[in-house]
Design a protein. Structure first.
Length: 487
């Protein structure tokens, strides 16, 4: 197929070819010999909210055992606090919550938004967020600034208006978005949108831009927020001798200089094993515990003890309320995770504290599988793929930004708008093959175990994982052929 001259022509051609691409994907999947009972029941990650991994035996056993006991919820909360302090020291504290998004909500509202009480009108505050991936999470709680970003959440989710993403915005609160130096924000996709391609982000130069934004907005500055991930495709490839991302560490230093908090969204992260809040110097780090840790649906906020006071008060777990012994009766009582979730968190955190190798071993095994399968891709595509381990996310990142280097047409990149518009061929194409997809936008695949690819103890089943990755490799070749870059 002839190569298109311009990007929009490539994506228009792919849109027109969607039925043929999906037909070819189904046909290619036949060679995988996926067992009937696995089709649609296994995939490339067990760490997405829409289809989380089944519980490990140890987590399920802990929940069942504790579920039959009479135990005050505060007991589980204190156990979680003790485990966190065992690892980070007594200067850190924790607060369990029902979802990572709820954790972001309560963190922004308690630490950065203007006070609701007092005479006169509220003042405004702003927080600074680097222009990175997943902006609909960590950057969506204020009105976007500068105004050119005001439509950045336009079509995401099933309801993007007042009751959708826009509805998360908090009172008199703005988000200052700062492009990262070395990043590429070229428009890609069938549903075209600026895609943050972050493999070549320069930490030092980016921190200078962030510092300048802080100076410009100092009179309104309420804090900073970013992703807590650790791989190049997320912009965190440059690290210090301890493996701490320089960009994160630098933002923490700027936040300290201005005496405002730094909140890190580490949804797809592992406490203790992954990005270390103490090494970064951040104030708060939030985890989606049902993703990489294998806990039941819930989340966890870990942070410096002084800022955690406000968060724990808002959740109703910071000591007794005035005149009451109730648990969880406060502004954010609706974010209470519940007994079984708390028990599951305790079990998962004990493993991460006492046996971190249990979380690292599947990453090593997965990296070997992904490397071997992508080694079989069409030789014309192979040089463009860079593969990285992420102990933080218990995952492997596959990045192909280099295919667009030097102004040439590369492997199609789908935007986050494609994901929500069902025009991301790499994600929806996997579904056509009977494989549940993973995050596959902005020139990246983030692959992790857990979804029919691990046993009940959390160990990788290599042959199943290889089958899923092989399907993805086939799909990349098919889409690249229809894009006109494989003639």
């Amino acid at each position: 197929m002839s190569a298109p001259k311009y990007r929009f022509q490539m994506y228009k051609k792919l849109q027109q070819s969607m039925p043929a691409i999906y037909a070819d994907a189904k046909k290619a999947a036949e060679s995988l010999n996926i067992p009937a009972e696995l089709k649609g029941a296994f995939g490339l990650t067990g760490a997405i909210s829409g289809c989380p991994a089944p519980l490990r035996d140890d987590i399920e056993h802990a929940m069942q055992t504790e579920g039959k006991k009479v135990v005050p919820l505060a007991v589980y909360v204190d156990q979680i606090r003790e485990i966190v302090k065992d690892v980070y020291g007594d200067g850190y504290d924790a607060c369990p919550i029902n979802t990572c998004e709820a954790g972001l909500w309560v963190s922004f509202d308690t630490l950065m938004t203007p006070p609701a009480l007092g005479r006169g009108d509220n003042y405004r505050t702003r927080y600074i967020a680097p222009l990175e991936r997943h902006m609909h999470h960590q950057a969506a709680y204020g009105r976007p600034f500068p105004a050119k970003y005001k439509d950045i959440l336009a079509d995401r989710g099933v309801a993007s208006g007042e009751l959708g993403f826009y509805g998360k915005r908090q009172n008199n609160f703005d988000t200052v978005m700062v492009p990262l130096e070395g990043a590429d924000y070229t428009v890609h996709g069938i549903k075209p949108w600026s895609t943050p391609l972050l493999k070549n982000v320069k930490a030092k130069a980016s921190l200078a831009s962030i510092e300048q934004a802080a100076q410009t907005n100092a009179h309104l500055l309420g804090g900073f927020a970013s992703i807590g991930y650790d791989t190049p495709g997320y912009g965190y490839g440059e690290k210090d001798e301890n493996g701490t991302p320089l960009l994160s560490k630098g933002i923490a230093a700027i936040a300290k200089k201005y005496n405002v908090p730094y909140v890190m969204d580490n949804a797809w992260g592992l406490p203790f094993v992954g990005t270390n809040i103490k090494n970064v110097g951040a104030d708060v780090m939030i985890y989606s515990m049902d993703k990489a840790t294998g806990s039941p649906t819930s989340a966890l906020i870990i942070g410096k003890e002084d800022v955690m006071v406000n968060i724990r008060r808002a959740m109703g777990v910071h000591g007794n309320r005035a005149g009451s012994m109730s648990y969880g009766k406060a502004a954010y009582v609706g974010f209470d995770p519940g007994k079984e979730a708390l028990a599951g968190q305790v079990a998962a955190l004990k493993v991460l504290r006492d046996n971190p190798a249990k979380a690292k071993k599947p990453v090593e095994d997965l990296f070997a599988v992904v490397t071997a399968e992508f080694d079989k891709i069409d030789p014309r595509l192979k040089p463009f793929f860079k593969i990285y381990k992420s102990y933080n996310s218990g995952a492997v990142e596959v990045n192909y930004e280099d295919s667009w280097a030097n102004g040439k047409m590369g492997i199609p990149i789908f935007s986050i708008e494609d994901m929500y518009a069902s025009t991301n061929l790499f994600q929806d194409g996997c579904a056509q093959m009977g494989i549940i997809p993973t995050i596959a936008y902005d020139g990246n695949f983030f692959i992790s175990p857990g979804l029919g690819t691990t046993d009940n103890q959390g160990n990788l089943i290599p042959e199943r994982m290889a089958m899923a990755v092989r399907g993805l490799v086939m799909l990349v070749e098919i889409v690249s052929k229809y894009a006109g870059i494989l003639d």
